[in-house]
Design a protein around this ligand. Structure first.
Ligand code: AGP
Length: 608
């Protein structure tokens, strides 16, 4: 999504803006721009393409002197990627400049009204409407103009605003799009996300909806949309700057794959206490847990896939009914909530628009919502009734790996807690599962060190046209994630199929040499799976099998087999996904794709 930064202080602003924007590149963008007040006027520089182009255009910021500025990386929503559509946008006499992340849903109506009042537009963006609307309401008091536009605009926005007549002030405004501010040494900074400010400060303020910040080089004031002063607490960010850098790996994705053991440990450790599982943030008594009759799990993409996995675990282990839904479907299907329903929304970024909307829809209908979120202080984390953080640390690669693995751990812990509280497993069984859980990090490490073997195999499939992933039960959920990983970073078409469903149509697509990845970690389904592998193999498929150590039987139906260490059947997803992540990564590398920032994708989809 778009990224915004802003700075006011005793340093030159432009280099700080460019540096901040470089830390937001992972959000996906197609153009960038900065604006600086140079003591007399507001000067802007913007360009289509990568940040490097803008940096060259401004000689690393040196060509734009001034200690007050705002910057932007744009992921086009209204108006194609171009210099003229790039932010920042200004009013006609260039006395007001704004950068924006989000979508102004009623911008056309506002644009028509402004045009009737003589305003002229040069871009196709919704953001330019904000600049002219501010011009329309500005009568000398910036705060008043800001609150007035907030009452007129509908949709989502995180804004950075400069008023030329008030060069000692920088304004930040938030509704639905993420925004943080913080003190630097001799100034103040605003940004869409933590990595952009870590170099300057560890103490940040998470701006809530409809809050306004007025910053000078020495002061920071918070206001409500009614111009009421607000007190806010800062949050200490423990991430180190390197954590948000590549740390020696070729790509963020590889680094984050190798961080999975630590992410798994960091997610389960705080919850393994007193010889059992304690999830304090759940804030539910045993009685309340027993009273739950249904879980509704809602998410998007890979987060949704962890929900599909957890359905088999909650139902199999805790005997609680689970419904899993895509957030983009859930929010519009007028869901019915029975008594005793707990909604669980899962999101790495905590800013995914559809998942946030599903959360709000659920709360509107009186349901209690638990968020499983990775980004501290994100919108979903703050709006859910309770939040269970996945402690994966900053995940920069668009294709999720360590956050996905941490989400699985959080769901395992929840299912184990529910199963034990509801009397479905006894203490001994619980402790055995805890012991298996604790082995997962080393087992993941072992599989990651298998990467050369996977890389060799991947290099045989760089020219593949179609790949199929098949599995039954939890293995079907693993197939969903394996397929998404491959297509999102290598651009090869792939599909995941419940193996039993193949013969209902899709098997007609199997041709000589088609790669079919068969996942078999569920012992009670081995035989069924092997017959599905034989079905596709006799039609010419090349079968890659991912299965448990010791299941040599599978080799008679597979052309290539990858074994994973044995673990509790409910934890198999954590291990089986590793070779599939590595396979996708190496196919993507081999095809020369942009692994960390795949085409058309953004790390956090904060618009519908
Ligand atoms: C996964 O690799 C993708 N980047 C995407 O499917 C992602 O999982 C989805 O957009 C949900 O994002 P969230 O977890 O931040 O809500």
């Amino acid at each position: 999504m778009c990224g915004i930064v802003g700075y006011i202080g005793n340093q030159q602003a432009a280099p700080i803006l460019l540096d901040g924007l470089s830390k937001l590149e992972y959000r996906g963008y197609d153009s960038a721009g900065i604006a600086v007040y140079n003591g007399e006027e507001i000067i802007t520089a913007k360009s289509k393409g990568r940040l490097k182009v803008l940096s060259e255009l401004t000689h690393g910021g040196d060509a734009m002197p001034g200690t007050l500025g705002i910057g932007h990386t744009r992921w086009a929503t209204h108006g194609e990627p171009s210099d003229v559509n790039a932010h920042p946008h200004m009013n006609k006499n260039e006395s007001i400049v704004v950068v924006h992340n989000g979508i102004i849903e009623n911008y056309l109506k506002l644009k028509k009204k402004l045009e009737r009042k003589g305003y002229e537009f040069i871009s196709e963006t919704d953001t330019e409407v904000i600049a002219h609307l501010l011009d329309y309401y500005y009568k000398g008091n910036p705060l008043e103009a800001v609150t007035k536009i907030m009452h007129r605009m509908e949709g989502s926005y995180a804004l950075g605003i400069i008023f030329k007549e008030h060069p000692d002030q920088l304004y930040a405004v938030r509704k639905d799009s993420p925004l943080i501010v913080g003190h630097t040494d001799g100034g103040n900074i605003l940004a869409s996300d933590v990595p952009a400010v870590l170099k300057y400060t560890r103490d940040v303020y998470f701006i809530e909806n409809e809050e306004i910040v007025r910053m000078t080089d020495a002061k920071m004031e918070f206001f409500t949309v009614d111009e009421e002063p607000l007190e806010k607490e800062s949050v200490r960010i423990e991430w180190d700057v390197n954590a948000a850098e590549k740390g020696g790996y070729d790509h963020f994705m590889l680094k984050e794959m190798y961080e999975q053991p630590k992410a798994i440990i960091d997610t389960f450790s705080p919850r393994l206490k007193n010889d059992g599982i304690e999830i304090e943030e759940l804030n539910m008594s045993d009685e309340e847990i027993k009273a739950i009759r249904k879980l509704v799990i809602v998410a998007c993409g890979s987060a949704y896939h962890t929900g599909v996995t957890s359905k088999y675990i909650f139902e199999g282990l805790a005997r609680v009914s689970v419904e899993v839904d895509l957030a983009s479907e859930f929010r519009y299907r007028d869901p019915i909530f029975e008594e005793g329903t707990l909604v669980v929304v899962i999101s790495q970024s905590g800013e995914t628009a559809d998942t946030l909307a599903a959360l709000r829809e659920s709360q509107k209908r009186g349901a209690r919502v638990l968020g499983i979120v990775n980004v501290v202080g994100s919108s979903i984390a703050r709006e859910a009734d309770n939040v269970m953080y996945t402690w994966a640390g900053p995940e920069i690669a668009v294709a999720t790996t360590k956050a996905y693995s941490s989400q699985l751990i959080a769901l395992y812990l929840l299912a184990m807690k529910f199963a034990h509280v509801r009397g479905k497993i006894d203490k001994k069984e619980l402790m055995q599962m805890v012991s298996d859980l604790k082995k997962l990090p080393d087992q993941v490490e072992l599989l990651l060190n298998n990467k050369n073997k996977i890389q060799k195999f991947a290099n045989r499939y760089l020219a593949a046209k179609d790949v199929f992933f098949i599995g039954r039960g939890i293995d079907y959920a693993i197939s969903l994630e394996g397929s998404l990983k491959l297509k999102e970073i290598s651009y090869i078409h792939s599909e995941a199929y419940a193996a039993g469903e193949l013969k209902h149509g899709t098997i007609s697509l199997i041709e000589e040499g088609t790669l079919v990845a068969a996942v078999l970690t569920q012992e009670d389904l081995y035989k069924k799976m092997i017959s599905n592998m034989v079905e596709v193999r006799t039609r010419g498929a090349f079968v890659l099998a991912v299965t448990n150590e010791g299941n040599a039987e599978v080799e008679k139906a597979a052309d290539y087999t990858v074994y994973i260490p044995n673990t509790n059947k409910y934890f198999a997803n954590t291990l089986a996904i590793i070779p599939l992540q590595l396979f996708s990564y190496y196919v993507s590398i081999g095809r020369g794709c942009d692994v960390d920032k795949p085409r058309n994708l953004a790390k956090s989809v904060t618009v519908e």
